[in-house]
Design a protein. Structure first.
Length: 364
């Protein structure tokens, strides 16, 4: 599909809640070169829909815009961060499981390349890690600990201190033009943009996508900006907060029944977020036809929404009850997860991987 530069930029804007260097991105599109975006993930246990469905939606917009995605399967990073107890054999299994989830989620796999971090760490790689580290203080690097799901107040190992410099090096090592990560990764992308020119390198464009909320009421008192986004995001550590990609229909219904969804309130409403960032995106791409709210005539009868804005308007004006919204959202999330469940039930490799992942004790 031939798109104009403005159409390509529009797709990237739909992915990026924040784009640092949008003017640079426009120039990149004008150059006609193959554009490479970098993303990465720590294999850390079972995938929830923010990493599964939402990541696939964002990747497909990027590839539609003509961007080639390089995913780092961050096995050594996960070991440093003590995921799966630091057991590299288990981490490898979980990494393979992640890839199987994305295969079943409709991700455009022909324009995505998965690269294991441990396969890229050459002498030149480690030299660049040290060069980046030399140009930054320990305090500056420690402020990036958020990218690991940690806090500056946590007691970090020496390996975790070097982790942000390694992640910045990945951008250089993959020859990436774009660092496309969540808002929680913002600090290391800014570090890379500020450090690369000092090394005579072109700074990466940073495209930060929205962090999907967990289903429970967020605790953000006293927090603003990125810190508030991180506090609200979905987490596997709270089972009621996260919809896992292989959850059963029963699991999904139970979680949505308990979901935080204050009547008429849009701010920090996770159910509306799922509608906006997942369900209506799947209506736009043709995977789903509509958002049909089924209710008795007593409560207004069935109603069909073709756009998220229409849905939000009715919810704010209290013409759509939270329970009807939650039940309908659960129904469509269940529909979207059915191909993933089926893949892990019928594909031998995927089934074996999931059985192994389910047997592991998940660590933070």
């Amino acid at each position: 599909m031939n798109l104009t530069i403005e159409e390509r930029l529009k797709l990237i804007r739909e992915v990026g809640e924040e784009i640092i260097g949008e003017d640079e991105l426009a120039e990149l599109f004008k150059s006609g070169k193959q554009i490479i975006a970098y993303d990465g993930f720590e294999p850390s246990g079972k995938i929830h829909i923010a990493i599964g469905l939402m990541r696939a939606i964002n990747v497909n917009k990027l590839t539609k815009a003509g961007v080639h995605l390089k995913f780092i399967v961050a096995d050594w990073f996960a070991m440093i961060n003590n995921k799966m107890g630091g057991d590299l054999d288990k981490i490898k299994v979980v990494g393979e499981y992640f890839i199987e989830v994305w295969k079943a989620s409709g991700m455009d796999m022909k324009n995505v390349e998965f690269i294991w971090a441990s396969d890229t760490m050459t002498k030149d790689y480690w030299l660049m890690v040290l060069r980046i580290a030399k140009l930054n203080t320990v305090a500056r690097v420690t402020r990036c600990s958020q990218i690991m799901g940690r806090s500056e107040k946590d007691e970090l190992s020496a390996a975790q201190i070097i982790y942000p410099c390694m992640q910045a090096t990945d951008i250089w090592n993959l020859k990436a033009d774009i660092a496309q990560l969540g808002m929680d990764q913002r600090k290391v992308n800014v570090l890379a943009r500020e450090t690369f020119p000092k090394l005579g390198l072109k700074k990466p464009i940073a495209v930060h996508h929205h962090m999907l909320m967990g289903l429970t009421q967020p605790k953000t008192e006293g927090l603003t900006g990125v810190e508030a986004s991180v506090a609200k995001k979905m987490s596997k550590s709270n089972p009621d907060s996260a919809i896992v990609m292989t959850d059963s229909t029963e699991d999904i219904n139970k979680k949505f029944a308990k979901a935080y969804c204050p009547e008429g309130i849009v701010k920090d409403n996770p159910v509306l977020e799922y509608c906006r960032y997942i369900i209506f995106e799947k209506i736009k791409d043709g995977t789903l036809n509509e958002f049909l709210v089924e209710r008795s005539e007593k409560f207004g009868g069935a109603i069909v929404y073709k756009s998220y804005d229409e849905l939000e308007k009715d919810f704010v004006e209290k013409r759509l009850h939270p329970m009807d919204l939650k039940n309908t959202c659960a129904k469509y999330i269940d529909v979207l997860l059915e191909p993933v469940r089926r893949h892990f039930q019928t594909d031998k490799k995927a089934k074996e991987l999931l059985e192994k992942v389910n047997s592991y004790t998940i660590t933070r």
